[in-house]
Design a protein. Structure first.
Ligand SMILES: [Zn+2]
Length: 256
C-alpha cells in the first residue's frame, strides 16, 4: 500500500500578506484528503504543487475536512464548490466532494455559503448545500474512515467550534492540531503521531511558541509549525517550521 504523504499548501494565518492560509493535501492509498480550504485555494494548491513538483489540482480532491468556520480555513469552499458543481453540469460522473465537519460546523455552514451559492444553477429551484457537497458528520472521539484512512477528531478551545485531527493508516500517523490555544490534553491527543503539525501564533486563541518550546525534545523533534505570523522568527525555537510546497512522507518520518 502506498504510504501517506502530505503537501503543505499554505502556512500563514488570517492576516498573511505574503502567503496563504494554513492547509494541507494528504495523499492516501485511495485518494486525496484536503485539510482546510482557505481563500484562493486553487492558486494556493497550484503554487504549492508546482514548487513540490507534484502535479495535483482540486479536481482530484474528493474529501475535505474543514476544522472550523474562520475564513482562513473555509473561505475556499465557495470556489471549490462552484468549480466542482459546474464541472458536473457537463459531466454528471464528476463526483460530489465529501465535506467532513462536526455537527456544529454543519449546522451553520450554509449560513456562510448561501448568500453566494443558493441562486439556481442549472436547475429552476434554489441551490442547496447538498448540491455542492456531500456533508458527512465527524463526531469528536469517534473514528471515521476517510479516503481509506482513519480519522479521529478532538474539539479544541479555539473561540468557535474547532477540531484537531489524528489521521492514521497501517504505516503511521499524522496529527494536525487545528487552531487552538495551548492545551496539554490536546498535545496528549496528538502525541502518538509520527508527524505533529501544530499551529503557533499570538493571541489568546492560539498557541504561543514558548509553550511548544517547553515540550520534551522527543515531541519537538516530531513537531512541525504552521499557522505562523508573517514575521515569525525561526530562531526562537528548535521546532522546524513548514513552508508552502513542503512534502512530508509519512513512512520516512516513522523511520527517522
Ligand atoms: Zn481560527
Amino acid at each position: 500500500m502506498r504510504p501517506m504523504r502530505l503537501l503543505i499548501i499554505g502556512v500563514g494565518d488570517a492576516f498573511t500578506r505574503v502567503g496563504f492560509g494554513s492547509s494541507g493535501l494528504l495523499e492516501t492509498a485511495s485518494g486525496f484528503l484536503l485539510i482546510d480550504c482557505p481563500d484562493l485555494i486553487h492558486r494556493a494548491l497550484h503554487e504549492a504543487a508546482t514548487r513540490a513538483g507534484w502535479p495535483v489540482d482540486a479536481s482530484r480532491i474528493d474529501d475535505i475536512i474543514v476544522t472550523h468556520l474562520h475564513g482562513d480555513h473555509c473561505n475556499g469552499l465557495e470556489s471549490f464548490g462552484f468549480a466542482r458543481r459546474i464541472a458536473r453540469l457537463t459531466s454528471p460522473t464528476v463526483p460530489r466532494p465529501r465535506l467532513h465537519v462536526t455537527a456544529d460546523v454543519a449546522a451553520r455552514l450554509w449560513e456562510r455559503l448561501a448568500p453566494a451559492m443558493q441562486a439556481p444553477l442549472g436547475e429552476e429551484r434554489d441551490s442547496r448545500l447538498d448540491d455542492y457537497f456531500d456533508v458527512r458528520i465527524l463526531t469528536p472521539g469517534v473514528e471515521a474512515t476517510i479516503a481509506g484512512v482513519t480519522v479521529t477528531a478532538r474539539t479544541t478551545r479555539h473561540p468557535i467550534p474547532t477540531i484537531g485531527v489524528m489521521i492514521t493508516d497501517d504505516d503511521g500517523g499524522l496529527a494536525w492540531s487545528g487552531d487552538t490555544p495551548y492545551e496539554e490534553a490536546h498535545i496528549e491527543f496528538l502525541s502518538d503521531a509520527d508527524v505533529i503539525v501544530h499551529e503557533s501564533n499570538r493571541g489568546i486563541a492560539h498557541t504561543p511558541i514558548e509553550s511548544l518550546n517547553a515540550l520534551p525534545a522527543e515531541l519537538r523533534r516530531r513537531m512541525r509549525l504552521i499557522h505562523l505570523p508573517d514575521d515569525f522568527d525561526p530562531a526562537c525555537t528548535d521546532i522546524r517550521r513548514l513552508h508552502a510546497g513542503d512534502v512530508i512522507e509519512l513512512s520516512h518520518a516513522r523511520k527517522s
